[in-house]
Design a protein around this ligand. Sequence first.
Ligand SMILES: Cc1cc2nc3c(=O)[nH]c(=O)nc-3n(C[C@H](O)[C@H](O)[C@H](O)COP(=O)(O)OP(=O)(O)OC[C@H]3O[C@@H](n4cnc5c(N)ncnc54)[C@H](O)[C@@H]3O)c2cc1C
Length: 406
Amino acid sequence: MYYSSGNYEAFSRPRKPKGVEKKTACFVGSGLAALAGAAFLIRDGHLAGNQISILERQQLPGGALDGIKEPQRGFVIRGGREMEDHFECLWDLYRSIPSLEVKGASVLDEFYWLDKDDPNSSLQRATVNRGEDAHTDGLFTLSEQAQKEIVQLFLATRQEMENKRIQEVFSKEFLSSNFWLYWRTMFAFEEWHSALEMKLYLHRFIHQIRGMPDFSTLKFTRYNQYESLVLPLVKWLLDHGVIFHYGTEVTDVDFDIAPGSKQATRIYWRRDGREGGLDLGPDDLLFLTIGSLTENSDNGDHHTPAKLNLGPAPAWDLWRRIASKDPAFGHPEVFGSHIPETKWESATVTTLDQRIPKYIQKIAKRDPFSGKVVTGGIVTAKDSSWLLSWTVNRQPHFKQQSKCWT
Ligand SMILES: Cc1cc2nc3c(=O)[nH]c(=O)nc-3n(C[C@H](O)[C@H](O)[C@H](O)COP(=O)(O)OP(=O)(O)OC[C@H]3O[C@@H](n4cnc5c(N)ncnc54)[C@H](O)[C@@H]3O)c2cc1C
């Protein structure tokens, strides 16, 4: 799929590549990257599904896109996704994946119709004093100086922003604006995070700026993304013969590295406590899609805080091992060596005290049990020292939840 100037190339179908019958593909990880990659190989690459294997160390697919009922804990999820019009690959993919909810529709149709009938927006973006309107009132409160600083960041070269922190390129005027409040809570930025990353987000999400104060440019799935996105895609892949191996941790990959080419020659794994592996040749494609934002995450509950797990981390360990073989495989230490400055926490409330919904209604200005948009994205407690932000999605958020108390 290409979007060049217009849609001329977007709707033509790729020809069958020569020799595709001899190819195999192996994905490490079963997050959205692997599932999408496998689906594109089948749909656009003409590779037979039964030539594709997916190796996943967990017992279920989806990676960071989770959401499940655990027998002892109830409904558990580590986060939700803000989505939008310009997810070019995602929407192109889901136009081909049948919906599990609406007969005869694709997942894209289902999503599009839902958003048409119930468009997203927030009626209260931020609060103070435990629920009172913070009166951000749709304003960016950017001084002329702060506006200049945004433009300077936008126009700076990547090299100029390498190894700089946000607080090094923005003044106090910018950092006390509503714009920064909206931005940092919407995209999870801190002042000590990368200025380059912020620059790249400015480019990527420039069209979102209009919707930042009220999230009217965002969209959300009907249920959590495991049920709304992962399950239909996994079903489609299984129907096409793709082979999933769960409980399989990939530990290393050998490569033949020559100028201009890198050929994976063997993959090593551990499954059920036993070491295994597979030799790979020039017709075997290997995709390492190991994430992982949620690596080493831990669940707490009402009585036990989640623990910071600094133990072995299979995704990072694999990347480090591979990166040590050639600089072209990247620099994991840049991303994975600053745990205190980059770790994050999220909480899911699955059963509410009956006294709470009326407060949610007061803040969201919508009935939490209507089945429609409630908060329409996060609500930020502006006077919380860590800018705690919370959200109530369309209810129920899990298909199995009861209709009234979710
Ligand atoms: C709380 C939260 C909020 C987010 N909000 C948004 C948002 O608003 N909008 C948005 O677009 N994106 C958002 N994201 C990001 C988005 O969810 C991720 O970018 C995407 O799901 C990552 O997919 P992935 O397949 O690349 O990686 P992952 O989903 O991390 O999948 C990697 C998989 O690889 C497996 N794996 C790792 N190592 C090994 C190994 N050695 N052997 C075998 N298997 C291995 C893991 O178990 C995992 O299943 C958010 C993420 C989180 C966590």
